[in-house]
Design a protein around this ligand. Structure first.
Ligand code: IPE
Ligand code: IPE
Ligand code: MG
Length: 248
């Protein structure tokens, strides 16, 4: 039941998968004279706006980088606040997501969260598993290198057990063992907050992603910014290393 009113859909220029590094919460709070936590709280409203825009436009997959494996090294008070905020989000926003037909998946080293929180994560995935309006991947305790290492570890075990032949292993076999298994690679990776780096996000999956950097702090992100991303994406010429068909 996808909306296909967007002209970009007709032209085949709508990204199927948009991935976003939601950065700038702390600096947003700073500019308003507020504690960092206020920035993270305001970031939750930006998630709702972004998800609504993605759904309206008919984007099939939206991945949001909410907490990196490196973010565990922040000041313990901020880590505790972020964990509490995640708990709050799971408790208070999930029914809304479910009603909107959002299928939620979590990617990352989820075993680093406590048992209660992990249980919540599984409940949310189970509750929304059959929804098909849009797939929301939330990257929590996520690191691209960590993902590649856990896939390599599982493949090494499968090889030791004689389940796969390492000589015949392909890129698709590898991708099928990443946390993003079954999800197409992102067409576009967006970073807000004004920094120009990936910070360990989707390292394998970003191979041919278009990159968009927006000079807006995440809590100020709105539907207009999402449209800007779609417009910029539609202007890109994706070549995948191959000469474009039209050129001589
Ligand atoms: C992004 O905002 C949210 C997380 C990384 C959890 P930051 O907290 O990194 O905010 P800045 O980059 O310091 O402004
Ligand atoms: C990247 O932002 C991680 C998330 C947005 C979740 P950071 O603020 O952690 O990245 P660096 O430290 O600026 O590279
Ligand atoms: Mg940051």
């Amino acid at each position: 039941m996808k909306q296909v009113a967007d002209p970009l859909v007709k032209k085949g220029m709508l990204p199927k998968h948009v991935a976003i590094i939601m950065d700038g919460n702390g600096r947003w709070a700073g500019t308003h004279g507020l504690p960092r936590l206020a920035g993270h709280r305001a970031g939750i409203d930006a998630i709702a706006r972004c998800l609504s825009a993605a759904t309206q436009h008919g984007v099939a997959y939206l991945t949001l980088y909410a907490f990196s494996s490196e973010n565990w090294l922040r000041n313990p008070q901020e880590v505790a606040e972020l964990t509490e905020l995640l708990r709050y989000y799971l408790k208070n926003k999930v029914q809304e997501l479910h009603n909107a037909g959002v299928q939620v998946r979590f990617i990352g080293e989820l075993t680093r969260f406590d048992g209660d929180l992990r249980k919540n994560l599984t409940e949310v995935e189970d509750l929304t598993a059959q929804n098909n309006r849009i797939v929301l991947l939330l990257a929590l305790s996520y690191g691209g290198r960590g993902d590649i290492v856990q896939a390599a570890r599982r493949l090494a075990c499968a090889s030791q057990n004689g389940m796969i032949n390492p000589d015949q292993m392909t890129e698709s076999d590898f991708a099928a063992h990443l946390w993003t298994a079954g999800v197409p690679d992102p067409d576009v990776i967006v970073r807000t907050g004004g920094e120009y780096r990936l910070s360990n996000f989707l390292l394998w999956q970003s191979a041919y992603a278009e990159l968009v950097f927006l000079d807006v702090f995440w809590p100020d992100f709105n539907e207009k910014h999402f449209s800007i991303v779609l417009d910029l994406y539609a202007q890109r010429e994706r070549r995948f290393g191959v000469r474009p068909v039209a050129s001589v």
